[in-house]
Design a binder for this molecule. Structure first.
Ligand code: ADP
Ligand code: MG
Length: 718
């Protein structure tokens, strides 16, 4: 789009493209940069090369032909561009409020400009009495309109009038602005760069048939137009293309990584479904499996029968019945002569799994053991021996099972429950417990939004259980202010009278264990005053208790000996007390969405109607109110996960790997879902058809991936 016939440009090109890759040239060699600015660009924006600058995209464009009048500025005005005469400078304020102010005057009024930093630059470069084009975000100070740190440049009439393109404005920083590189000035560098670039230097990286099918703008053109659009439509198309490119490249990589693992990872083979599985299935399975459970079992059976390692993520909502899927997989392993191990994040949960599974396996010829930090020495010895000689087939436990002393004769399957509490290193440790790595099934506590799963976990195989067992009575969730506590307690009493059990949950205040503790103690006293002993019996569980005491208190609630459980979020994960019908969550505004959902999943597990009451202060923030509203509106964990992602953005979602796969510059997994789906579909098809990328149409893509090797931590492509 930009001519490059000019002689000077020719020489500059020659100078910098000695290594053939203009985009890899150090940024200081670009016209208008030099060593000082280069240093700043590196430090402030991580722009090291021409290519980095090309990929530093504008966050908006302004129409230079649009000049506003000062009198039109109102409190609703956002950004504004005005032309006026700079009147006089003055230092005002003291200490941290110290600033340089000037007045900009046009024929309709006066606008104040203020600088807190870079004052010497202003003095050196701006001239009183001259006319300037000023751009910035307006605010009001003492009732008068003001722009702090405006973008300002000499006004050249011919420049503002008649030129039709939109001028890019780039993310910049205060330090760069002080060096004369504000959001618009960076655009001058970009312009210089694009002027010397040849289309061949930015080769297409999406196979042409896909470009054609999706009517994508070509790569070079898209980079030109994202910076300097020829029209609004051109800009849209450029944006569309570049977003697709980001998703597509990421998806191709994820698919290649997954495929690579399938190819090279050897593992044990579960050849057959045998007597153990079949006997249990026909005689002792206490219910009919849901369609989703059956489907997932089939997927697991497929995975484990091929000789490659299964690495499957099983997502299901709270209560969707992941445990039975785990058990049946363990039986499948046993049928093929392999041991299984199941890890839970807490002692309480491991114990519950152990009790539940032992009960189900009562009549079966398999041995199951519980191994945790508090397993007594003698019992521990017995278990370690049993795992070594294969007289124990299943072991359920906490981190204790990954200790080095725990050795298996024949480990074939590892199940990790409530995945986000386990680190990658811990899982790797389990791999090492067998000659061939065991199959791995990771189960999440709550669903992960689909788009996030596709990007952050796209290199794993994953299964979704999107169906709850039949006959569940939906939990009713309501919001009450703390001021209405008395009536909440009255309601709790009516449930207690019916013989039900109740949870009171208090937040864990992360910054202060002490505060959390005091909160909980106060809460405990309060609950006790409403429900005095001996008529009512209360358990309390919190992180400061020794684990034995925690256990005893928990057990008393599980067995029904106590009717009320007062606790912090330590009971969040997995606990199963079907008779509990009410959960009161105190200071609910302090909890995240997925945590609230996970907590709520502790009720509604029995045959009785259950309730979740979210208590908040009247001062809860808007965002907290939004969360509470969502909780009251739906019980669907998948919907809640989506909302959580929308509210918090992908960086913060619990259970997300710190993954380069999420570093998109333009695309957003929240706002560009359809594009992501499309990219995924195309990438899957491509990798399926040509995994080695040897077809002619995929060569450029292959070159591109190789040229990016080592960037973003990707190294798999060979
Ligand atoms: P989660 O997926 O949250 O781990 P669980 O595995 O604890 O859920 O199952 C929740 C409850 O549902 C358990 O009491 C379990 O016995 C029961 N359950 C699981 N699958 C079914 C089914 N297909 N039909 C009826 N009840 C089921
Ligand atoms: Mg569970």
């Amino acid at each position: 789009m930009i001519a490059c016939s000019n002689i000077a440009i020719y020489f500059q090109r020659k100078l910098i493209s000695q290594n053939n890759y203009i985009l890899q040239s150090p940024i200081e060699y670009l016209k208008g940069v030099g060593p000082l600015r280069a240093d700043m660009l590196k430090k402030e924006l991580e722009i090291f090369t021409f290519g980095d600058l090309l990929n530093h995209f504008p966050n908006r464009h302004i129409d230079k032909t649009k000049v506003n009048k000062i009198k039109d500025i109102s409190p609703d005005t956002d950004y504004i561009q005005v032309v006026g005469k700079l009147m006089y400078f003055e230092m005002v304020g003291e200490k941290r409020g110290k600033r340089l102010v000037a007045q900009l005057k046009d024929d309709t009024g006066t606008l104040e400009l203020a600088w807190f930093q870079g004052i010497s630059w202003v003095h050196k470069n701006l001239v009183e009495g001259s006319t300037y084009l000023v751009f910035g975000k307006t605010g009001f100070f003492n009732g008068k309109p003001q722009i702090v740190h405006p973008e300002i440049e000499s006004y050249v009439p011919s420049k503002a009038e008649g030129s039709s393109f939109l001028e890019p404005v780039y993310p910049s920083t205060e330090k760069l602005k002080a060096r004369g590189l504000n959001g618009r000035q960076i655009g001058k560098l970009t312009y210089a760069l694009i002027s010397i670039m040849h289309p061949d230097e930015l080769q297409e990286n999406i196979p042409l048939p896909i470009c054609k099918a999706l009517h994508l703008m070509d790569r070079y053109e898209a980079h030109c137009q994202i910076h300097f659009p020829k029209s609004a439509q051109g800009y849209q198309r450029a944006m569309h293309r570049l977003k697709f490119e980001e998703f597509f490249i990421a998806q191709v990589r994820l698919n290649l990584t997954r495929l690579e693992r399938h190819r090279v990872s050897k593992s044990v083979v579960f050849e057959k479904v045998g007597d153990i599985f079949n006997t249990f299935y026909s005689k002792y399975l206490p219910f009919e499996l849901t369609g989703a459970q059956k489907r997932v079992l089939k997927e697991i059976r497929n995975d484990t029968g091929r000789g490659h390692q299964m690495n499957r993520l099983l997502q299901g909502d709270v209560g969707s019945g992941k445990t039975i899927v785990a058990l049946l997989s363990m039986l499948l392993a046993a049928d093929n002569g392999f041991q299984s191990c199941m890890m839970a994040p807490t002692e309480i949960l491991a114990q519950q799994h152990y009790i539940g599974l032992s009960e189900l396996l009562k009549e079966m010829p398999v041995e199951i053991a519980l191994l945790t930090g508090s397993t007594k020495t003698k019992e521990r010895k017995r278990i370690l021996q049993g795992l070594l000689d294969d007289t124990i087939h299943f072991v359920v436990g906490t981190h204790a099972v990954i200790e080095d002393v725990v050795q298996f004769k024949n480990l074939g399957l590892v199940i990790v429950d409530e995945q986000h509490r386990f680190g990658v290193a811990q899982r790797a440790k389990l791999w090492q417990k067998a000659v061939l790595p065991p199959h791995v099934l990771v189960m999440t506590a709550t669903p992960i939004p689909r788009t996030l799963a596709m990007t952050a976990y796209g290199d794993l195989d994953y299964s979704v259980m999107d169906e709850l067992p039949p006959g569940r009575i939906p939990i009713t969730t309501v919001h009450r202010y703390e001021t209405a506590r008395a009536s909440v307690m009255d309601f709790v009493k009516t449930e207690l009278v019916k013989g039900r059990q109740i949870y009171f949950i208090y937040p864990l205040i992360e910054e202060s264990e002490k505060l959390s503790y005091e909160d909980l103690m106060q809460g405990y006293e309060q609950v006790k005053s409403y429900f005095p002993e001996p008529q009512y019996r209360i358990s309390m569980v919190h992180g400061r208790q020794p684990s034995e005491q925690k256990e005893t208190n928990m057990q008393r609630f599980v067995s029904g000996d106590t009717q009320i459980m007062v606790s912090t979020t330590v009971i969040e994960v997995g606990v199963n007390v079907p008779n509990a019908s009410v959960m009161v969550i105190e200071s609910a505004e302090k909890f995240g969405l997925s945590q609230l959902h996970q907590l709520r999943g502790r009720v509604g597990r029995g045959s009785e109607k259950s309730f979740c009451i979210l208590l908040t202060s009247v001062r809860a923030s808007n965002e907290a109110r939004e969360r509470i509203k969502i909780m009251c509106a739906t019980n669907d964990g998948f919907k809640i996960a989506e909302k959580d992602l929308e509210l918090r953005g992908p960086g913060d979602i619990e259970g997300t790997r710190q993954s380069g796969a999420l570093n998109f510059k333009l695309a957003s997994i929240v706002n560009d879902k359809e594009l992501l789906e499309k990219a995924k579909e195309m990438a899957e098809k491509l990798v399926e058809e040509d995994a080695d990328l040897i077809m002619a149409k995929n060569l450029q893509l292959k070159n591109y991936l190789q040229s990016q090797k080592g960037k973003n931590g990707w190294s798999k492509i060979s």
